[in-house]
Design a protein. Sequence first.
Length: 214
Amino acid sequence: MKDAYYASRYTPDPARTVVWKEIVRFLAPYISPEATVVDLGAGYCDFVNTVRAKVKYAVDTSPELSEHAGAGVMLISQPAWELNSIPDHSVDVVHASNLFEHFTDDELERVMAEVRRVLKPGGRLILMQPNYRLTYKNYFDDPTHKKIFTDASLQAFLESHGFAIRLAKPKFLPFSMKSRGALPVSPLIVRAYIHSPIKPFAGQMLVIGELTRA
């Protein structure tokens, strides 16, 4: 059974693997190889398959999840606010890419409650998603977008839920793989873009928060 959203908005693309390898390389200082990592909205499992971690969970409601997860990745085929199978305070890093903008306020509160429950004290929440301040002209071309976040509001949102901001990059990557200005498929070009202070066509932001209170 194919997932309708993925079929229409998020189709497989070999270039995505190249980009994700460089994203994971950039995030490596924030993720220990001994960590327990949860990937919310894992999709095609580009992040969770690539990241080095001792324990890896992929969370997604897509019926295709098992087709994309790599060996050793534990699957949770439930919404991001239902992480019952993960013990309290057992996770070092929770990651989500292009996910939080698809939730209502009530759903986000449920997600954050679960994130805080499973994270260890000092655990990290890594979020990458569209920055509305940069993408307002085509933000709602995706009809499943329900919530607006800018780099400032996302940081404030995390702080209100007990997270200290450890890294905030308002401009991190282009809006999507299909957008004007999408990166060429080359590890060196992607790596250079990620580290460059000049970000033409950037629309994705990156924010990393660290849990400071339960």
